[in-house]
Structure formats: structure tokens, C-alpha cells
Design a protein around this ligand. Structure first.
Ligand code: SF4
Length: 384
């Protein structure tokens, strides 16, 4: 029915329930006051059972397991889900061998939940902080206020979860008068091990999209996006964080193993509505609406909505893009020698550096990542 890449060591499970839709969010979510936790867990485990080729064909135990989006799943259901998944993949929680990340919203981090998450095996929490300004949080339709963020971090630590990542959104509309420097400093003051930055984007059919269409708000100019991005680099680097990817900075030893697997092009398996899987050449994705996904599973049909076989050109483009997103950069193999003339200008402007046989973006380069990759790809194709 479903599909498991034979050597997937990275598992993503999409939990679709949220109490309301944030103003910028286009994720596949089901807005629910009462979460059908047990029905959800049954459906995901049925998807796994129906597709599972058995331990011998499945390869190595899991390396990472990521539960997104957030933390509304009742703790007993989450515990049952995690135990069953780790069992199915012959994975052990001893010494936290598997990186188990839970995306959580600050308002869901209660002492009881945090303790239950930790005992179920969660050892990393990615907290949707977004801003420390109550006006901004309200505009975003978030259900927490700024005070909840610090409280959530303290609660997680008290429950034994010390690997904590904070998400922040930057480049907000001018009229919010958001103090980005203050927000970055507030985040740093909580001593997280990891920080992820997201520039606000307008996705179709979101409340933000509607506000912009009727002229009620507008996104800031590109130069403010760049200023805020570079300011975050400066502040986070001074506080001991190292950017290891265009949007992610970590203290030493706290890079996200799960996301790093995506960026290095490894296979992964996705379960749940809207989840994607990848086996190195083919990407598959599940039906996104919760009810339709649940029905497909209940009726014994495949929840896979569609799949895409990447052509060699697409694979190459993706490889270049993913490599340049990270600080590892792109290996300059014989394929790229001599470097296309366009790179001379980038090297001169400091957008990229060449080190150890690799081409790496600087923060200024990351601001132009799409353009750089597109030009490099075209130059390489023309050279063949
Ligand atoms: S909490 Fe996350 S997934 Fe849910 S609506 Fe907000 S941004 Fe979307």
C-alpha cells in the first residue's frame, strides 16, 4: 500500500492538528479543538504495517525521527506512536541513539506533557517561538504570548530535555514595528542549543495572502530582509552559534541530524497526511487532508497521492542547491573545473569562498542562493 525506502534511517511523521491556523501558514493542518489522537495513531501505524517490508529488507535502525507539526497530540497517544515506531525499526532509545525531535508550540509545553514526552523518548524539541513581541504574536495568530516561551524552555529543561531549538520569523511588515535585534537577543538569552530563522513568505490562500491582496499589509523591501538576516548572523555568531545551513545555527554538537540528512540528499520515509518520502531518485507524497488520508487507510487504499521521478538534471540541480545551502558547500570536482567565469565575480564580492576543494556561500551569498545555483547550473550545462 505505502512505500518504504529500503535504507531509510530517517523518519518524518506528520501530525496535522492545530488549534487554529497561523496567519502565514499553508501547511496541511486540521484545525481541531479535540484531537482524534487514537484514530490518528491507528492510521499511521496501519500505513507503516501495510508498507513494511520487514526488518531484513529495511536496513539499519533509525538514526532520526521527527514529529511535525506540533504538540497537540495527547501525550499517551504520542508515547504509543513513538514506542511502536521505534520497535518497528528495531531502534533503541538507550543513550539516546535516535535523535527524536518533537515540534512544539510554547502553550503546549506543560510540566506533565514535557515529562511524558521525555519518557516516551523525545530528546529534542523545536519550539515555535517566532517572536518575543506580544503584538506580533497576535498578528501571527499564534496562541502563545512572549512570556510562555521562556516558561516553556524552563519546563523542558526541568523535564530533562536540554536540546532545544527556537524558531524565529523575520522580515515582517513594516507597520508591526517589530524590533528584530531585541527578538534575537531575547532568543539568545534563553540559551537554546539551536536557532532556526525563517523569512516571512506569502503562501497562496493564507490569511496573510488575503491581507496583502486587499492592501491591508505588505512585505518589507528586500534590503530589510537582508539587513535582518545579516544582523542575526552577527548576533548569533557572537553568542557562539555557528550557521551550518542557510537558516540554521547551532551550538557546538547540536546540529539537527534529521534536517542534515535532508540536506545531504539521504533517503527518508514520511508517514501521515502530506508526508513526503524520498529514496534518492523518487519523491512520493501522501494525501494531505487528514480525513481523506484516514479514509484511504481505513479502506485499504494507498495514501500516496503522487510521486515524481527526478531526472538526472533535476538530481544534479538539487544536489548543487542542497550542498550550497550548507557550510560544507559544493565539492568542486572535475565536473566543475574550470569554475565558470561567473564565479570569479562572486569570489571577488565575497558571496562565495573556495576552501578545501569546495565552493561555500558566505551569509551574503546565502541571500542570493537561488540566483547563484541557477547560474552555476546553467554554466555547468553549457560546459558539457
Ligand atoms: S502552529 Fe505551525 S502548523 Fe499549526 S497553524 Fe501555526 S504555523 Fe501552521
Amino acid at each position: 500500500m505505502g512505500y518504504i525506502p529500503p535504507v531509510a534511517r530517517h523518519l518524518y511523521v506528520h501530525v496535522p492538528f492545530c488549534v487554529r491556523r497561523c496567519s502565514y501558514c499553508d501547511f496541511s493542518i486540521a484545525v481541531r479543538k479535540h484531537v482524534p489522537g487514537s484514530a490518528y495513531v491507528e492510521a499511521v501505524l496501519a500505513e507503516l504495517r501495510s508498507a513494511d517490508p520487514g526488518p531484513a529488507a529495511r536496513g539499519e535502525p533509525l538514526d532520526t525521527l521527527y514529529l511535525g507539526t506540533p504538540s497537540l497530540l495527547p501525550a499517551p497517544d504520542l508515547a504509543r506512536l513513538l514506542t511502536s515506531l521505534l520497535d518497528a525499526f528495531r531502534s533503541t532509545l538507550s543513550l539516546d541513539a535516535v535523535e527524536v525531535t518533537l515540534e512544539a508550540n510554547p502553550e503546549d509545553v506543560t510540566p506533565a506533557n514535557a515529562t511524558a514526552w521525555r519518557s516516551a523518548g523525545v530528546n529534542r524539541v523545536s519550539l515555535g517561538a517566532q517572536s518575543f513581541d506580544d503584538g506580533v504574536l497576535k498578528w501571527m495568530h499564534r496562541s502563545h504570548d512572549a512570556a510562555r516561551i521562556g516558561a516553556a524552555v524552563g519546563t523542558l529543561r526541568a523535564a530533562g530535555i536540554h536540546n532545544i531549538s527556537l524558531d524565529l520569523i523575520f522580515a515582517l511588515p513594516e507597520e508591526l514595528e517589530r524590533d528584530w535585534k531585541r527578538d534575537v537577543e531575547m532568543a539568545i538569552s534563553l540559551l537554546p542549543s539551536h536557532i532556526s530563522l525563517y523569512g516571512l513568505t506569502v503562501e497562496p490562500r493564507t490569511p496573510l495572502d488575503r491581507w496583502i491582496s486587499r492592501g491591508a499589509t505588505q512585505l518589507p523591501a528586500d534590503d530589510r530582509y537582508a539587513e535582518e538576516y545579516l544582523l542575526a548572523h552577527e548576533k548569533l555568531s557572537a553568542a557562539g552559534f555557528a550557521f551550518y545551513e542557510v537558516s540554521n545555527a547551532a551550538q557546538d554538537g547540536f546540529r539537527s541530524r534529521h534536517n542534515s540528512a535532508y540536506w545531504s540528499g539521504r533517503s527518508y520515509l514520511g508517514l501521515g497526511p502530506a508526508a513526503h518520502s524520498f529514496d534518492g531518485t523518487t519523491r512520493r507524497w501522501n494525501i494531505s487532508a487528514w480525513e481523506a488520508y484516514r479514509r484511504a487507510i481505513a479502506e485499504g487504499r494507498s495514501p500516496i497521492e503522487s510521486e515524481e521521478l527526478l531526472t538526472p538534471e533535476q538530481q544534479e540541480l538539487e544536489r548543487m542547491y542542497l550542498a550550497l545551502r550548507t557550510t560544507e558547500g559544493l565539492s568542486i570536482t572535475a565536473l566543475y573545473r574550470p569554475l565558470p567565469p561567473v564565479t570569479a565575480q562572486w569570489l571577488e564580492r565575497g558571496w562565495v569562498v573556495e576552501a578545501g576543494g569546495r565552493l561555500k556561500c558566505s551569509p551574503e551569498g546565502w541571500l542570493r542562493l537561488d540566483e547563484l545555483v541557477a547560474k552555476l547550473f546553467v554554466a555547468k550545462e553549457l560546459a558539457i
